[in-house]
Design a protein around this ligand. Sequence first.
Ligand code: M6R
Length: 618
Amino acid sequence: MCGIVGYAGPQSPSSTPLEVLLEGLARLEYRGYDSAGVALVTPGGIASAKRAGKLENLRTALADDPLPDATAGIGHTRWATHGRPTDENAHPHLSEDGRLAVIHNGIIENFHALKDELLAEGVTFRSETDTEVAAHLLSRAFAETQNLTEAMRTVVARLTGAFTLLAVEAGTPDRVVGARRNSPLVVGLGEGENFLGSDVAAFISRTNRALELGQDQIVTITAHSVEVTDFQGNPVENTEYTVDWDASAAVKGGYATFMEKEIHEQPKAVADTLLGRLDDQGRLELDELRLDTAVLKRINKIIVVACGTAAYAGHVAKYAIEHWCRIPVEVELAHEFRYRDPVVNEQTLVVAVSQSGETMDTLQAIRHAKDQDSKVLAIVNTHGSTIAREADAVLYTHAGPEVAVASTKAFLAQITAAYVLGLYLAQLRGNKYAEEVAGYLEELAQLPEKIQQVLDGADHIREVARSMKDVPSVLFLGRHVGYPVAMEGALKLKELAYIHAEGFAAGELKHGPIALVEEGTPVFMIVPTRRRPELHAKVVSNIQEVRARGARTLVIAEEGDADVEAFADVVFRVPETPTLMLPLLTVVPLQIFACELAGAKGLDVDQPRNLAKSVTVE
Ligand code: M6R
């Protein structure tokens, strides 16, 4: 949460530090959009501007009241934790003398005690944020050391919690100093300019060379140098890597919204995630896993930890992995796993699923699992992210950057990667013959084309969605792998259209939820393939049960399934596909439905209220 960007480089007529910061913030705005601000080091001292609301408000303010030329600067886009989203609480926060500015991502947990201490010393606070204590502490430490890096070192030793901090100081105009603990920070390496960012999107239009920063490290950038130390001041060597997507991957490319674009990128996300996983003999080969095969053969339980959409991908994977590998799979929300007393040991494989690789709840869950000697495998989309680095093994999804806050293509890529993992385990542990594994892989390989067919026939879904923009509540029902799809459909509608929505297991209906159904209640039903007649028949009965009570039934069923027609008010068709592959198709109409309905309500589909793409606080 919160987007952070830092820049040290020249002021040139074609590109100014302010423009670099604003461009970085525009690309990071998906991380939070409650307010935005910048601070520049100028010949006359620190110049700053900040505004509540989206970045556009800051741009307008800067157009009315431009800032002077600069040599370095910092920028921030906020997802509010401490203090409402006001101008005062927006970052940067300045020291009392205005010579030092700080931005922050995370939560300083001991800020109350530090604030009391500073208040007792007579410091005046201008905001309600936890961040402002860091600005005052840094200013005091700088007064003693006259060195911003050393001052940062002094201050981080006093902070608890999670933080990425960036600071600039008026008397050292060539540099930006950053520190990170439990919160992301990446260095961008340019020619005669250097960058800091919450993620590579902050600088991807200017360089694709990046440097991973480890936990508890401090970095000082100037236009020509990057120095990294640990919190004690010992120099550390970090790994440089090349970012494998370019700036064009993070623009809308002709679509009205990022979400629409990302929905349409799903065939490619699935195809790319499957790419390059086979050896010459057609056997699955996952070299990138970095995990001893002997360990994988020994595991007797898998626990998937994740949040939100990523957790629903885990739910889908549970059905497949248990079926293929005969290993018990539990799926648990990462924040619940972390604070109970889960039974895990060295024979447990914890699978963390995360698009961003920075979700704090998931990160804490994997640390908790590792503390108890279990092995952690991460299914992650963002290269070099904290979860990818801290896990024992990593299987990357290749969905490309996902910018819209609502996850779409990452969900499909996560299911695909989890299936690849399941098939790999089945192959390794001898649960499936090579031909069986190859057969499932072939079914997976057909999905990009089938997803494309759903996308090509989506006008009907859009039309229905627009006609439903005023409904107060929608229910989603599914069985087997259709159950997590129902929950995902409900989540999409809640987060995008702010409509009450619930996803249920269809079999649970008669145990309570059916009481919600009244005349006209819209109920989505995700119908299993007829290849599983026992499942299919049950869901067809469930459709009749809700219809008998007045529900308006919106049915997602495979081509040629005539059994549903008599009981469906609306049918959305998906191509025929085996049971376990069906979620990759049936979720697509639900994504399009939520996106279109939210658009019809005039809502911001890419940046829904109160949310942020990357949830880096617990
Ligand atoms: O980056 P992650 O996959 O770890 O994020 C997990 C959830 O925060 C995320 O899926 C969230 O639920 C999305 N807003 C759903 O659309």
